[in-house]
Design a protein around this ligand. Structure first.
Ligand code: SAM
Ligand code: CA
Length: 247
């Protein structure tokens, strides 16, 4: 049963709707993480890009600072060099990746919208990491189909971050599983979809949350039984499922 305390939290502190960048129980706890371990160590270019993005009307789409820090740590832990990103927006996760990779690291970055990428590009350039980025404007699927045609791209990616159209994640997975190397990692973002994956059927969800939820649920089910990968679903940001290719 909900206590008065729970009620108070729901009204004041709990994340009540889409837009919060964490699934934690309270904003205070999320702020604590940001202020204690994320912001004091955030690269100045990441901070600048976060501030540029905050002024953009679609800023809800950006990767959260704590997730950026997580991606950076993961990339370094696996010594990633050849990487891919599907869904760039203004480039916060892209910049986190570019900064984490070695000087000769590479990111094939795809987005249907170049304008938003160009908003962040001056900051990426100022950070001196734009030479690692190969940006392709347009839908990602045809690019993946092209890559697949060439045998030498198979098993060539150390890390792939997927943060785009959720209704295509399974289509991406079919292709990415061949492109990532055995032992490499694919990260599927937003796999907890604002917590809606456990919402009752009559829950008041925003239209787009409701629409994509079924695709996210389907993806999560498919990843859970895919014998080619090991998985770990983390409640970072809006949920990220880390998939390590094992065969
Ligand atoms: N990773 C980004 C960041 O850190 O700010 C956020 C990406 S945002 C959630 C999703 C992006 O996917 C949007 O910029 C959108 O234009 C892009 N997108 C949507 N459909 C796409 C497609 N078919 N191919 C490539 N990008 C797509
Ligand atoms: Ca995301």
């Amino acid at each position: 049963m909900a206590t008065n305390e729970d009620q108070k939290q729901t009204e004041s502190g709990r994340h009540a709707e889409v837009g919060h960048k964490s699934l934690l129980q309270s904003d205070a706890l999320f702020q604590y993480i940001l202020e204690t371990s994320v912001f004091p160590r955030e690269h100045e270019a990441m901070k600048e890009l976060r501030e540029v993005t905050a002024k953009h009307p679609w800023n809800i789409m950006t990767t959260s600072a704590d997730e950026g820090q997580f991606l950076s740590m993961l990339l370094k832990l696996i010594n990633a060099k050849n990487t891919m990103e599907i869904g760039v927006y203004t480039g916060y996760s892209l910049l986190a990746t570019a900064l984490a990779l070695p000087e000769d690291g590479k990111i094939l970055a795809m987005d249907i919208n170049k304008e938003n990428y160009e908003l962040g590009l001056p900051v990426i350039k100022k950070a001196g990491v734009d030479h690692k980025i190969d940006f392709r404007e347009g839908p990602a699927l045809p690019v993946l189909d092209e890559l697949i045609k060439d045998e030498k791209n198979h098993g060539s990616y150390d890390f792939i971050f997927v943060d785009a159209d959720k209704d295509n994640y399974l289509n991406y997975h079919k292709r990415l599983i061949d492109l990532v190397k055995v032992g490499g990692v694919i990260g599927y973002d937003n796999t907890l979809w604002n917590g809606s994956v456990v919402a009752p059927p009559d829950a008041p969800l925003r239209k787009y949350v409701r629409y994509y939820r079924d695709f996210v649920l389907e993806l999560n089910k498919a990843l859970a039984v895919d014998p080619r990968i090991e998985i770990c679903m983390l409640p970072v940001g809006d949920g990220i499922t880390i998939c390590r290719r094992i065969k």
